[in-house]
Design a protein around this ligand. Structure first.
Ligand code: XMP
Ligand code: MG
Length: 186
């Protein structure tokens, strides 16, 4: 992507809150009475995780994992590397991975392999957004929020070149029309 961008609202605060509440309700029911470790994927999932755990009615431990991924661009991670390791023990725990968005699934696939090698009792994934049209590897998302079109999205933790994470709503990043071509659509 080059040039200028416009932000177009995709999901409002209310849309997001409703989906977060619904996901939290299912998670709380499924993990009631279990020792649950919630692992957020840095940095995009931080805001989602913060809202999600406050809607959970069960106690949880939280931790984070960092993956090398997009850098400043918009294409998917090819080679995936763990850049920040969770401090919490994984072995024998029920682990819930919290992701902002699953695009091709390559990042998640690498993350699931990393976790599986540490012998958890179980691993499931909760993703606020999934882009079904772009999935390239078969990763199961037990708790999926919004299924979105193949668009680049920002806000609510998600960035473009580290910008827009602070926005409380979710927007698609649209290429701004080039001046002089505005009236030449038809
Ligand atoms: P893959 O392709 O491995 O990518 O599923 C997952 C990671 O890529 C980032 N990603 C995005 N970030 N807007 C963003 O701000 C997007 O539309 C988008 N699509 C993918 C994100 O970090 C995710 O964890
Ligand atoms: Mg991410």
């Amino acid at each position: 992507m080059t040039g200028r961008f416009d932000l177009r609202l995709l999901y409002s605060r209310e849309d997001i809150a409703a989906v977060v509440r619904a996901l939290a309700k299912r998670i709380a029911a499924d993990y009631a009475g279990k020792d649950l470790l919630v692992v957020g994927v840095l940095k995009g999932a931080v805001i989602f995780l913060a809202d999600l755990i406050r809607e959970l009615t069960i106690p949880v431990e939280i931790d984070f994992i960092g993956l090398s991924s997009y850098g400043d661009g918009v294409t998917s991670c090819g080679e995936v590397e763990v850049t920040a390791f969770p401090a919490a023990p994984i072995e024998g725990r029920h682990v819930l991975v919290v992701e902002d968005i699953v695009d091709t699934g390559l990042c998640l696939d690498a993350l699931l392999k990393f976790l599986a090698a540490r012998s958890p009792a179980s691993v499931r994934v909760c993703a606020l957004m999934v882009k079904p049209a772009r999935h390239r590897v078969g990763v199961e998302i037990a708790y999926a929020g919004f299924a979105i079109p193949d668009k680049f999205v920002v806000g609510y933790g998600l960035d473009f070149a580290q910008r827009y994470r602070h926005l409380p709503q979710i927007y698609t990043l649209e290429e701004a029309p080039v001046e002089g071509q505005l009236a030449s659509n038809d």
